[in-house]
Design a binder for this molecule. Structure first.
Ligand SMILES: [Fe+2]
Length: 357
């Protein structure tokens, strides 16, 4: 190849990169405009159409708070809410490329970092020093569920999370129903790659998987959310990051293999045995409101979340940050692979039946 041809090739590559960046900027501007319009309206935009706000009524919350204080349970609930644990789960995923065997994903869901003064330290304390392959955050960074972004104090713990966890493939984030569009550039400035109806490919040893992040669909659904799931090619392993389980059926239909979400807080206040009272998950997906689940060939995990909302208490529903260790079913794993020993990770049976809605 002549020097002239080499220069021409580099010029073409630079032009393509500039065009891709311009496309990215235009797409983000269009997303922010649409998101802003939805934030200004009262009704929720969901995959099933517009719905009324789903918040627990204030009088009910006030009565519950009073009841807890009168019975002396308030302090215990507060302490439960700050007892954040790191939970390690080994997932067996048919179709996972062999090169991703043992891949470690740290999942931070619903931190609501300004919900209680001691919450950032409680969350950061259980992940400090971790070395993982990828860190994903599925939204609800602040406590307020509407209004402009004034809670800038949450940015320091998010910066600290970036500093104290080593993630070889970086930090990916989606937004939740509590988050507003103004927060996206702030998170990007801290080094979080926002996947808002966008995808990113991850590579290991010549193999690749696709990660698709979707903007919140509990309140801010647009057709772009479902369309983003169309990025997955057949036979490629797909990971979907969505704030809530409400898009699981679409992700399954699109061929995704793993779906990580939160939103429900596992109920946050549960009956003894962990049965949630309120989940804020739509009826079709209520079976997926908590823990590990399977829908057709899609494996999913609905995190109980690291933080708190509405009231700063938890009962029978410990908060967690989750570390997933990906593996193939034992029959597919090499005989001498550490996966066979599970590396001390907790292996939890899937809840529910392979489902249909
Ligand atoms: Fe939340």
């Amino acid at each position: 190849m002549t020097m002239h041809a080499l220069d021409a090739g580099r010029g073409m590559a630079a032009a393509r990169a500039a065009l891709a960046e311009a496309d990215e900027i235009a797409a983000h501007a269009a997303w922010a405009e649409r998101r802003g319009a939805l934030e200004r309206q009262r009704l929720r935009s969901t995959p099933e159409g517009f719905r009324r706000p789903a918040n627990t009524p204030r009088p009910a919350l006030a009565a519950f708070e009073l009841g807890l204080k009168l019975t002396g349970l308030w302090r215990r609930g507060l302490a439960n809410g700050l007892d954040v644990r790191l939970r390690t789960l080994a997932l067996e995923l048919p179709g996972l490329p062999a090169a991703f065997e043992g891949y470690r994903i740290l999942h931070v869901a619903d931190p609501h970092l300004d919900a209680a003064p001691a919450l950032p330290a409680a969350i950061l304390g259980c992940v400090a020093g971790l070395e993982v392959d990828l860190c994903v955050c599925t939204g609800d960074f602040r406590a307020a569920d509407r209004g402009p972004f004034t809670e800038t104090a949450i940015l320091e713990p998010l910066a600290e999370l970036r500093r104290s966890v080593r993630a070889a493939d970086g930090f990916l984030a989606t937004l939740g129903n509590h988050d507003c569009a103004e927060m996206a550039p702030e998170l990007a400035r801290l080094g979080y790659q926002l996947l808002l109806n966008r995808s990113r490919r991850l590579h290991r040893g010549g193999a690749g998987i696709l990660v698709t992040g979707v903007d919140d669909v509990h309140r801010f659904y647009t057709p772009a959310a479902a369309a983003a799931l169309g990025a997955l090619e057949p036979a490629t392993f797909g990971l979907a990051l969505v704030h809530s389980p409400d898009l699981a059926h679409r992700a399954a239909a699109a061929g995704y293999d793993l779906y990580l979400c939160g939103h429900s807080h596992g109920g946050q206040v549960c009956l003894p045995g962990g049965r949630p009272v309120v989940t804020h998950v739509g009826r079709p997906h209520r079976r997926l409101a908590s823990g590990l689940w399977r829908y057709r060939t899609l494996t999913g995990y609905t995190s109980p979340g690291a933080g708190l909302s509405s009231l700063p208490v938890r009962f029978n529903c410990p908060p967690e940050v989750t570390l997933f260790v990906l593996g193939r079913p034992a029959a597919e794993a090499p005989v001498d692979h550490p996966k066979r020993r599970r590396g001390g990770a907790e292996v939890v049976p899937l809840s529910g039946r392979p489902g249909t809605f």
